[in-house]
Design a protein around this ligand. Structure first.
Ligand code: NAP
Length: 291
């Protein structure tokens, strides 16, 4: 049995590869650019070049594959591109596909939730076995604020004091590896959250403790948050989609807590406090912090 992992140079896919390597599962990593995956090649991992926009490359990449992990970033063409991959997997005789989706897929107005549900539905109609992994906001999103935490001791967001059950991408990847490598997860949807819902004020306290300096969360009204990020070059469609999502978090949608990670990994999810300690210890991002 060989498993194909997409997004192997990314956040979650990279961690899925690590888990499967640890379990000694035969795997192939799909990458767009071999140069970006030199660390994977150095570990002896089979690389295959492929792009969701190039069906021929997917047909070649999927030869002899029994199971696959599907992930890609939010993109205006995400539905079309992930569906290309699903169609190619079906053509290649893949038996089971584990898809990285999002919490509340299909249930919220944000395009992220709508697009992921459309892709899930395409996968469900394919006839292959499927598993949908639906994580809440990833703790790793804090890397977006690393520079302002390091330089100013603050980070900015517009979710007020909403409580969110953020989840560690490493836990999501560990769940993906279980679903790919063990039987019994076919035709299942797993909502993946942390064990606690925390506000960004609490997150700021975790950073302050880990860095031993003052760190504060500054809430910004949504219009100003959008304007600042637009000026920074972020695409407007993405900011509007996020703003829709943040409205839902204000209404409490991000605070639900599920037991899926504990059940699947036989241990509690990583806490935000532990994540921050790990992140600060291993990341260079905060090294310019002055006390
Ligand atoms: N961030 C959150 O809080 C959150 C929460 C829930 C769900 N999600 C979902 O998580 C997904 C993103 O996961 P991530 O953080 O692991 O993403 P990521 O770190 O941005 O990695 C994305 C991977 O996809 C690859 N890729 C991009 N376009 C591709 C294409 N056309 N063909 C083949 N591969 C392609 C990238 O390759 P290159 O290295 O070549 O670019 C990279 O390896 C999104 O769908 C999002 O909705 C995110």
């Amino acid at each position: 049995m060989t498993i194909l992992v997409t997004g192997a140079t990314g956040n979650i896919g990279g961690e899925v590869v690590s888990h499967l390597v640890e379990k000694k599962v035969p795997l192939r990593a799909l990458v767009r650019d071999r140069a970006k995956a030199a660390n994977l090649a150095a570990q002896g991992i089979e690389l295959v070049q492929g792009d969701f926009s190039q069906s021929d490359s997917l047909d070649a990449a999927l030869q002899g594959i029994e199971k696959a992990f599907l992930v890609m970033p939010n993109d205006l063409h995400q539905v079309e591109l992930e569906c290309h991959f699903i169609d190619a997997a079906k053509r290649a005789g893949v038996r089971h596909l584990v898809k990285l989706s999002v919490l509340h897929a299909g249930e919220l107005p944000s395009v992220f939730q709508q697009w992921h549900r459309q892709i899930e539905q395409h996968l469900e109609a394919s006839g292959m076995a499927w598993t949908h992994l639906r994580p809440n906001m990833l703790m790793q999103n804090m890397r977006w604020f690393a520079q302002s935490i390091a330089q100013q001791g603050v980070f900015y967001h517009s979710v007020g004091d909403s409580k969110i059950s953020h989840v560690d991408a490493r836990d999501v990847a560990a769940v993906a590896a279980v679903c790919l490598n063990e039987p019994g997860h076919e035709h299942q949807t797993y909502d993946l959250t942390g064990a606690e819902a925390v506000s960004f004020n609490q997150v700021a306290e975790y950073f302050a403790k880990a860095l031993n300096r003052s760190v504060q969360y500054v809430n910004v009204i949504p219009a100003n948050f959008k304007a600042a990020r637009l000026a920074n070059g972020e695409p407007e469609w993405y900011l509007d989609a996020e703003a829709q999502l943040f409205d839902c978090w204000h209404a409490g949608a991000g605070s639900i807590i599920t037991m899926a990670i504990a059940h699947l990994l036989h241990r509690p999810p990583t806490t935000f406090a532990a994540f921050v300690q790990d992140y600060v210890r291993h990341s260079q991002d905060f090294s310019t912090a002055s006390t």
